[in-house]
Design a binder for this molecule. Structure first.
Ligand code: FES
Ligand SMILES: [Fe+2]
Length: 427
């Protein structure tokens, strides 16, 4: 398939820099679809997208069409969206419900667990052919569900999901624990858009506390008062009122973790209060007591990014999913989350908040998308072969369990991601 071998990849990622071809070379993209996306756990969707028997949700895994479905016993499956007869994609839309999934070509029907349920004029087929597992909709090799987050892997020999998530699992726990009922829901649809650039641009950005003062100056700079971030604030983005907004951003640490995960420290480390937040807090205290509630409501992180493509946005109580479509085309989804058991207005306010921060026409994410596209264009030039990720080198604090804290908006989160990518590409 390619002239590239492991030797070629060896020097592309160095401790303080990454070769530009990692972002712009179409051949490398094809290889990473197999060696990265084909071998580790990739987030498919939240199981609240398929609450009832027969529900299905269509998406992609390493660019291959897959469907997450729920069978009549309540089990969630991830199947290749492919007919066992002559290969047609069975389910064409995004979401729906059907007792059986019927292929439009010759009418073969499949149960939500992928088994072949019906074949028109079946007598003319040899029985043993229809009995082969490949005559159904074939399941993806491995599927695991952690607190509603459904992951799949094309490689049957992958390590268990929990082991892969490692310390990064705290991101899911901290988000789901905010729901008094202990469950969240993808309830309001999502924002879905593409940008002209490589998927790693968005992944790097999720571990980047260095950029906001410049990229988002119109919001977070001393003059930026575009919207009220948190209940109780007056007239704009309070932490950046002071002329030292830039210095404040510079203080935000980043953690790099084993297997390429990372997290960003929160810009708002104080517990929120006032209005509906007090009502919400009272519900939590009633369920879990004062100490546990204080822990749940602590704003530890801005986000937790799970390699390769999932971002738990703690600050927005939302989930971002990144889907590589081509070397220079990436799809992004933002799913606002409903916290089951919390006052309803918390969840409806979150939808409005995400419209402002992370929709395609928002105040924040649109700045980032512009940066990603400019990076992609710049990296196509011969100006230099290297992308520098050296900020905060050699100042990391070892926190144990494979977690390293990079103080002062270090680029350690990006270095962790590229180290994992490199390990997989060289394997
Ligand atoms: S291709 Fe699906 S029934 Fe023939
Ligand atoms: Fe940003």
């Amino acid at each position: 398939m390619s002239a590239y071998n492991n030797e070629h990849f060896r020097n592309l990622v160095q401790p303080d820099r990454v070769h530009r071809s990692v972002y712009v070379d179409p051949q490398i993209f094809e290889i990473e679809m197999q060696k990265v996306f084909g071998r580790i756990w990739v987030f498919i969707g939240h199981d609240s997208l398929v609450p009832n028997a027969g529900d299905y949700y269509c998406t992609t895994l390493a660019r291959q069409a897959v469907v997450m479905s729920r069978d009549e016993k309540g089990r969630v499956h991830v199947l290749f969206n492919r007919c066992g007869h002559r290969g047609a994609k069975v389910l064409p839309g995004v979401r729906g419900n059907a007792k059986v999934f019927v292929c439009m070509y010759h009418g073969w029907a499949f149960r939500p667990n992928g088994e072949l349920a019906g074949v028109p004029m079946r007598g003319d087929f040899p029985k043993e052919v229809l009995a082969e597992p490949i005559a159904g909709m074939v399941p993806v090799a491995r599927v695991e569900n952690y607190r509603g987050f459904v992951f799949a892997c094309l490689d049957p020999n992958v390590m268990p999901l929990k082991e892969f998530l490692g310390e990064g699992i705290r991101g899911i726990d901290e988000l789901v624990d905010r729901a008094p009922d202990g469950e969240i829901e993808f309830w309001a649809g999502c924002h879905r858009y593409t940008f002209r650039g490589n998927w790693k641009m968005q992944m790097d950005n999720m571990a980047d506390t260095y950029h906001p003062a410049a990229t988002h100056a119109s919001t977070v700079g001393p003059d930026g008062r575009q919207f009220q971030r948190r209940a109780g604030e007056k007239g704009g983005s309070a932490p950046f009122y002071a002329p030292n907004g830039e210095a404040l951003v510079a203080q935000l640490g980043v953690r790099g973790m084993r297997n390429g995960h990372s997290s960003e420290q929160s810009m708002f480390d104080k517990e929120q209060s006032g209005g509906v937040i007090d009502e919400y807090r009272a519900i939590l205290v009633n369920r879990f007591g004062e100490e546990r509630t204080a822990d749940i409501m602590k704003n530890r992180r801005h986000s937790m990014t799970l390699f390769p493509t999932l971002d738990i946005l703690m600050a927005q109580t939302s989930v971002r999913v990144v889907r590589p479509l081509a070397v220079d085309l990436t799809e992004v989804e933002i799913w606002p989350v409903r916290l089951k058991g919390a006052p309803e207005v918390i969840s409806t306010d979150l939808v409005k908040f995400v419209n402002i921060t992370h929709s395609a026409s928002s105040f924040i994410q649109s700045d980032d998308l512009e940066a990603f596209e400019r990076c992609h264009e710049g990296l196509l030039t011969q100006g230099s072969d290297w992308v520098l990720l050296a900020r905060g080198m050699n100042t990391e604090i070892d926190e144990g369990n494979g977690v390293f804290l990079g103080p002062r908006s270090s680029e350690i989160g990006m270095r962790s991601k590229h180290a994992m990518w490199h390990k997989l590409m060289c394997a």
